[in-house]
Ligand binder design. Structure first.
Ligand code: GDP
Length: 430
């Protein structure tokens, strides 16, 4: 049985917590796209951790953590991340890295920095971890798969070829020092030593696991609105953030994905530039940012303050649809307990017309939010374990949003810990 845990919005919805929680009853957790540019925050018995490459689930002894072929693999960062866990007494995790996974090369990180410098104020707000140059090279067919590290002659020859073209751009576009293929080869030899213990044939491993009746979780990074096709292009990430891509980025049959749990946060946040229709500013935003998440809404990888906004029904309905949602996990609801009234974005006004359909990027820039105020519940809801025990206005908030987005909210998260979850019967259960 394969399940996917993905985001409906701009990312940071709390996928890490939901995956970590579901991993208790799973066997394998797979990362299938993205790189170390975004992170998940996880709170458990060992403490608080920010994961960047490792799947959420590495904390359980019974889980095998898989890095699928769709991931942008930064080898030194992965090794450092493993060490950061074992240094804090987490048992050494079982890790399998796809031999088809491609490597984030040192020059991808340089090109990311140089390009952001060149663009100045017109930059895409990249995290400068080399992800866009990595995926560009992958599709330009000059990327390096992990398996290539093990054939040194072919590797040497390809590095020379790739450096030739990279050096033209470095010299003439960026006016930066040239790459030395010999130095790169030495780095690749180090990478080989670091990664060798983890490498394997992931797709056949997963195929066997599914045949054996194992439970596999596919863990998405970011959310629908950062998908390069269906998101707010060009302010998107470079690999697909959709559950459907899990089949490709892990190497499994698409029809094996039986459950798609889309995570929606009870309010909105975003990092980086791009349209964010329900965004709020000033004191109102500062207060929500300070109270949000677990210790404030700041990027798990970058520490950047997140942009804040009210829950956006238009974006979330679209986000859930593109994911192919079977279940919505509605998170961070506890944070809203301080508000007398809670605004929710129920429509977009574009060129004088109100719509509930998420527009294409060029129209999205013109959209203004249509807000509806719902009454707050003005109390702490952490610790509550039964849906019926939530305050009435809190239940009304959940039910209103469920009706607006049209997908069943079957889990409500009211705190950062594994046990802070309320399972709910939804009238929309299909
Ligand atoms: P992800 O990338 O989607 O996993 O999201 P992040 O980890 O960046 O952000 C989610 C933040 O919210 C983390 O700090 C979590 O510990 C925290 N969190 C998750 N669920 C809840 C919840 O229900 N309530 C509260 N207060 N915090 C939560």
């Amino acid at each position: 049985m394969v399940k996917a845990v993905v985001g409906a919005n701009w990312g940071d919805e709390g996928k890490g917590k939901i995956t970590d929680m579901l991993a208790e009853k799973a066997d394998i957790v797979v990362r299938f796209q993205g790189g170390a540019n975004a992170g998940h925050t996880i709170v458990n018995n060992y403490g608080k951790f920010a994961l960047h490459t490792l799947p959420s689930g590495v904390f359980y002894g019974h889980i095998t953590s898989v890095i699928g072929n769709g991931v942008a693999l930064n080898i030194p960062l992965l090794v450092e991340e493993i060490k950061s866990l074992t240094d804090r007494d987490v048992p050494k995790p079982k890790i399998l890295v796809s031999d088809r996974c491609q490597i984030v090369m040192p020059y991808h990180i340089l090109f990311d920095q140089y390009e952001e410098e060149r663009l100045g104020g017109k930059s895409f707000g990249s995290t400068k971890s080399g992800i866009a140059p990595f995926y560009s090279d992958k599709y330009a067919k000059i990327g390096f798969q992990v398996s290539e590290l093990f054939d040194e002659e072919a590797l040497r020859e390809k590095l020379e070829r790739v450096c030739e073209t990279k050096n033209v751009i470095l010299e003439h576009l960026y006016h930066k020092p040239a790459l030395d293929p010999k130095e790169l080869l030495a780095t690749m030899q180090q990478y080989r030593e670091m990664i060798a213990p983890y490498v394997g044939d992931v797709s056949s491993y997963l195929d066997q696991a599914v045949r054996d009746g194992k439970t596999v979780l596919l863990e998405g990074q970011l959310g629908t609105l950062k998908d390069p096709d269906h998101g707010i292009y060009p302010m998107v990430t470079s690999s697909s953030t959709l559950a459907a891509y899990g089949a490709i980025g892990a190497g499994i049959a698409p029809y094996e994905i039986k459950q798609i749990i889309t995570v929606c946060k009870a309010y909105s946040s975003a990092v980086g530039a791009g349209a964010f229709v329900s965004e709020i500013f000033g004191d109102e935003a500062d207060e929500l940012r300070r109270r949000g998440g677990d210790g404030g809404e700041y990027g798990a990888t970058t520490g950047r303050p997140r942009r804040m906004g009210w829950f956006d029904c238009v974006a979330s309905k679209y986000g859930c649809r593109l994911q192919g949602t079977t279940d919505v996990a509605f998170t961070v609801l506890d944070v809203l307990g301080y508000l007398d009234e809670i605004p929710v974005c129920v429509g977009y006004e574009v060129d004088g017309q109100v719509t509930t359909e998420f527009p294409v990027p060029c129209k999205l820039e013109k959209a203004k939010p249509v807000l509806k105020n719902l009454p707050g519940w003005k109390c702490e809801i952490r610790g509550i374990r039964k849906y019926e025990e939530l305050p009435e206005n809190c239940r009304k908030y959940v039910e209103f949003i469920e009706e607006q987005i049209g997908y069943p909210i079957t889990m409500v998260s009211n705190g950062p810990g594994r046990e802070d979850i309320i399972v709910r019967e939804s009238p929309l259960r299909r």
